[in-house]
Write a protein that binds this ligand. Structure first.
Ligand code: NAD
Ligand code: UDP
Length: 391
């Protein structure tokens, strides 16, 4: 396992301790799994929840402690108000900060919580890393790019087809957000400001940092299925919304016709990129990295159609007669919603620094993810649907 591991420059990798904040979430759970299975590193896993990493913390099936039991420690804490935070950061060589409110349904309906979570609550983490000379990998978002230049060009302009006007580059693209009353942008703006603060800490005080901008990472354990392992009225991100509709044999809801475009990357590909950052500090420090799959671009409508086909294949249940339905963004998300039109990551920097490329096609990643969704949730949904509604 650990022995013989070398970095991209051929140097042996020394075991380190990682303070992972938000380790109990979607990305954190996959990162913990990868670190436990393939590296000698230790993880101090901080979160308010641990359901998604329970399988790593507890003995499974009466087989005693997992082989990595002494390398992962869960600390249930809220970074908003817990004095243990600085001590835990000091105990580690590296802090990875994943903690955030990061579901679009919250950005316009809970803008204060969104701004506090993505900016104010991250401040002490940056400060403690800087003051104690600790390296920081901070999770930002592709949403800091906002809208593309191309969407402001006239509809019939041939420049709309020119990648120079839509490909999103870390060191060249502007960040274009909508007006303040479009509170959707509260998240992107808070993430942009924390990126700028980290960058300033590096330039003025020597903080060693890496910033990650995920472009729609998807896979098992993302978000929740409303009414099963999350609130019935909750609105998760699109993968879980569409999975929920498919599991319940309901039409998939296309917000404003589903014309927005996204590139989706498989979580397991993306986690490889994060591990390269962790283990190659000399190549990752001081950089902002797009992490996405430019080859997996679809409109949301095309995503809905593909998920419908894939789900029919993995569940053996034929699609319903009208598999999609249009809804307005106001009806679905409420006042103040707005959208990113298109998100194609420029891969030049991550390619040059870390030699990373995503591997999994959209069809294949949906097939493994929807197999997981079906296996995990289909029975629970059946039971929930068959329960008589209380009058
Ligand atoms: P997630 O919601 O599954 O995970 C976030 C975790 O942080 C949760 O487990 C939550 O309990 C924890 N957390 C939040 N506030 C906390 C607090 N105050 N104290 C302790 N723990 C707290 O989200 P994710 O998809 O795993 O995203 C992780 C990071 O990546 C976030 O910063 C997000 O903005 C960023 N990101 C993710 C994507 C994606 O495609 N998944 C896209 C863009 C950005
Ligand atoms: N969306 C949709 N139906 C849903 C959920 C989301 O049409 O049930 C759309 C949403 O409007 C956006 C895209 O899907 O255009 C992706 O949404 P997601 O919540 O995954 O986050 P985003 O990529 O916008 O950050």
């Amino acid at each position: 396992m650990a022995s013989g591991r070398v970095d991209l420059d051929g140097n042996p990798i020394k075991p380190i301790t990682i303070c992972m904040i938000g380790a109990g979430g979607f990305i954190g759970s996959h990162l913990c799994e990868k670190i436990m299975a393939e590296t000698p590193h230790k993880v101090l896993a901080l979160d308010v929840y641990n359901d998604k990493i329970k399988h790593l913390l507890e003995p499974s099936g009466g087989s005693g402690s997992p082989p990595w039991a002494d390398r992962i420690q869960f600390h249930r804490l809220n970074i908003k108000n817990d004095s243990r935070l600085e001590g835990l950061i000091k105990m580690a060589d590296l802090t990875v900060n994943l903690a955030a409110i990061c579901t679009p349904a919250d950005y316009n309906t809970r803008p204060l919580d969104t701004i506090y979570s993505n900016f104010i609550d991250a401040l002490p983490v940056v400060k403690y890393c800087s003051e104690n000379g600790k390296r920081l990998i901070h999770f930002s978002t592709c949403e800091v790019y906002g809208k593309t230049i191309s969407c402001f060009l006239p509809k019939d302009s041939p420049l709309r087809q020119d990648p120079a006007y839509y490909v999103l580059s870390e060191d060249a693209s502007p960040c274009i957000f909508g007006p303040i009353e479009k509170q959707r942008w509260s998240y992107a703006c808070a993430k942009q400001l924390i990126e700028r603060l980290i960058y300033a800490e590096a330039s003025e005080n020597g903080l060693e940092f890496t910033i990650v901008r995920p472009f729609n990472w998807i896979g098992p354990r993302m978000d929740f299925i409303p009414g099963i392992d999350g609130p019935s009225e909750g609105v998760p991100r699109v993968l879980a919304c569409f999975s929920n509709n498919l599991l319940r044999h309901e039409p998939l809801k296309l917000v404003d016709g589903g014309q927005s475009q996204r590139t989706f990357v498989y979580i397991k590909d993306a986690i490889e990129a994060v591990l390269l950052m962790i283990e190659n500090p000399a190549r990752a420090n001081g950089h902002i990295f797009n992490v996405g799959n430019p080859n997996n671009e679809v409109t949301v409508k095309q995503l809905a159609e593909m998920m419908t086909q894939v789900y029919a294949k993995v569940s053996g249940e034929p699609p319903i007669d009208s598999p999609t339905i249009d809804v307005s963004s106001k009806e679905f998300y409420g006042e103040g919603y707005d959208d990113s039109d298109k998100r194609i990551p420029d891969m030049t920097i991550i390619n040059k620094q870390l030699g990373w490329n995503p591997k999994t096609s959209l069809w294949n990643l949906l097939e493994s993810t929807l197999t997981y969704q079906h296996t995990t949730y289909a029975e629970a949904i059946k039971k929930a649907i068959s329960k008589p509604v209380a009058s």
